[in-house]
Write a protein that binds this ligand. Structure first.
Ligand code: PAF
Length: 279
């Protein structure tokens, strides 16, 4: 496994590959957990060469404290990556990616960017679009892997690829969960013992909402979920929405043939967790 931190060096290495070689790419912000590893293992199985980037991208954080508190476990990340046969790791610093100009590009994602996470995290998807486009230009992947815990992000990246005609296949991978149902996230390590014990309630509620959606309309399901969290001592609901999987617009009425998903964001103190479920 080779670790590069300079764009010129990783580009040179990638340029040296034979034309027919497939490159699998998993962009990450580090603090790797089993969810990341499952994406990387899939990339190892499906490609000739696998590149993982570790870069905590400042432009996608709407809150400075979230950026500052983002876990940094680089040494452990590198040994995990080595153990699962990752070929190349890219660990640039902020200057390498942004020079002095730490700013996002402005994207038009046909409205996907204004739903859910976009409403609550201003500028977040411009930051994600900026870094992912930049990383794609550097790594030139054949296939790029993204976890569906961030389902809205997967759809945004599909849109980025479509609009900018980027030559890469986007592969959305199923949410990887702890045995008690909590979706794996780098933020989970910041939960206190009590919060960690409470957190599986998020997935449990999504499962119950899915069942209820089989017999009741969306407004009733939304009301029910909001009530479930109203008196919760540790988990504060930010939003629960049922939306069309493609447009991410809130459901009005069920149209047959259309796919729907329930999305949730909660706070445990200042730690923000998201999850979703296909309905
Ligand atoms: O999902 C993430 O970890 C980040 O949003 C990504 C895709 C690595 C871009 O910084």
């Amino acid at each position: 496994m080779i670790v590069y931190s300079e764009i010129a060096s990783i580009k040179k290495r990638i340029k040296s590959f034979n034309k027919g070689l497939t490159i699998g790419f998993v962009p990450t912000m580090g603090a790797l957990h089993k969810g990341h590893l499952s994406l990387i293992k899939q990339a190892v199985l499906e490609n000739d060469v696998v590149v993982v980037s570790i870069f905590v991208n400042p432009t996608q954080f709407d809150k400075k404290e979230d950026l500052v508190n983002y876990p940094n476990t680089l040494e452990n990340d590198l040994s995990l990556l080595k153990s699962i046969n990752c070929d190349i790791v890219f660990t640039p610093n902020q200057n390498e990616i942004y020079d002095e100009n730490i700013k996002s590009e402005n994207f038009d994602f046909d409205g996907l960017e204004f739903q859910m996470e976009g409403k609550f995290r201003k500028g977040h998807f411009n930051g994600v679009g900026t870094i992912v486009k930049r990383l794609f230009e550097i790594v030139t992947p054949t296939n790029a892997y993204f976890g569906e815990k961030d389902f809205q992000q997967v759809q945004i990246i599909n849109k980025l690829v479509e609009k900018h005609k980027l030559p890469v296949n986007i592969i959305g991978c199923e949410i990887y969960r702890e045995p008690d149902g909590l979706a794996m996230s780098s933020r989970n390590v910041r939960l206190t013992k009590k919060q960690r014990l409470a957190a599986p309630f998020i997935h449990k509620t999504l499962l119950a909402a899915k069942e209820l959606f089989g017999t009741k309309n969306a407004a009733i399901v939304i009301d029910w979920v909001e009530n479930e969290f109203k008196n919760h001592p540790l988990l504060k609901l930010e939003y629960f929405e049922i939306a069309d999987e493609k447009t991410l617009k809130p459901i009005k009425k069920v149209i047959s043939g259309q796919k729907y998903r329930a999305f949730i964001a909660i706070f445990a103190d200042e730690i923000r967790l998201i999850d979703n479920i296909s309905l």
